[in-house]
Design a protein around this ligand. Structure first.
Ligand SMILES: Nc1ncnc2c1ncn2[C@@H]1O[C@H](COP(=O)(O)OP(=O)(O)O)[C@@H](O)[C@H]1O
Ligand SMILES: [Mg+2]
Length: 266
């Protein structure tokens, strides 16, 4: 999926920071509309989301419920029409485009369904790209090898994406997201292009990274089999947050799927 930074005038927030502003992720009352022909679609409406440090949250909802828009607003890839967005304590609306690009590179690891790897570069060169783009080549050795080891990519480091399986390509994309040691990892349908076994392996990896390294992770998905790996599920419908629930109350993915269906069908 191609994501481009929409060049819009960013709203300068005159409101006081919300209570969760110091969290790694804090979206407060965000609304975003898109024009579709002659009509206007409210992709998200007055949505708030706070994610604590070291928390793994899944945002669930049917296609078109506003999940990607919320993720893009959180990442500063698109500006909300109203509302506030704080990442790692910083108000995104106070940044220029250049500051936001640098901030995103350092603080936000992005993972997409389509991997978005550069085909002509090896796995290793794809992974190190954000660090080099940020002028941090001195940190390359200390960061790269542990990541390759942890993600099981050491034997594949010199391969180009077309020589890697889908699961391996997504592990490269996750390593690329982690190489700058970001405050938060945002993933949009990260298992959407994978078979179910590879998809579950990626989910398990994200859960382990969250537990071992106290990573703050937000995963957008429409699949209960993915959401069950998170600690908390936020359910969206028609651009709004319907409710949220902890996954600990469900001892198997079928029970979680049934609970989710009950919520969206209510
Ligand atoms: N760039 C865009 N232009 C026009 N409409 C959009 C755009 N992005 C999202 N939408 C609309 O906003 C709604 C929510 O979309 P999205 O956030 O992509 O939902 P989800 O990720 O849950 O499938 C949909 O109706 C979609 O068509
Ligand atoms: Mg989406």
């Amino acid at each position: 999926m191609a994501v481009s930074l929409v060049s819009e005038a960013q709203p300068q927030s005159s409101q006081p920071p919300p209570p969760g502003a110091a969290f790694p992720v804090c979206v407060e009352g965000a609304t975003k509309s898109f024009r579709q022909g002659t009509s206007k679609v409210e992709a998200i409406r007055n949505v708030s989301l706070s994610v604590a440090s070291g928390e793994f949250v899944a945002i669930m909802g049917a296609s078109g419920s506003g999940k990607s828009t919320l993720l893009h607003v959180t990442a500063g890839l698109t500006w909300p029409d109203s509302g506030q967005v704080f990442v790692d304590g910083a108000d995104l609306s106070t940044m220029s485009d250049g500051q936001l690009t640098r901030f995103r590179r350092r603080k936000i690891g992005l993972v997409f369904q389509a991997f978005n790897l550069i085909p002509s570069l090896t796995a290793e060169d794809n992974i190190t790209l954000p660090l080099l783009a940020d002028g941090q080549s001195a940190k390359l050795e200390e960061r790269l090898q542990p990541l390759l080891n942890r993600l099981g990519l050491t034997p594949r480091r010199h391969h180009r994406p077309d020589a890697l399986s889908g699961g391996e390509q997504q592990r490269v994309a996750i390593a690329r997201a982690l190489i700058t040691d970001p405050a938060v990892v945002l993933a949009d349908e990260p298992t959407g292009s994978l078979d179910s076994v590879s998809g579950q392996n990626i989910c398990q990896l994200l859960q382990e990274l969250c537990a071992e390294q106290k990573r703050t992770i937000v995963v957008v998905t429409h699949e209960p089999a993915v959401a069950r790996w998170a600690k908390r599920v936020v359910v969206m419908k028609d651009g709004q947050v319907l409710t949220e629930f902890p996954t600990a109350s469900f001892n198997n993915p079928h029970a979680l799927a049934a609970h989710y269906q009950d919520i969206v069908n209510a």
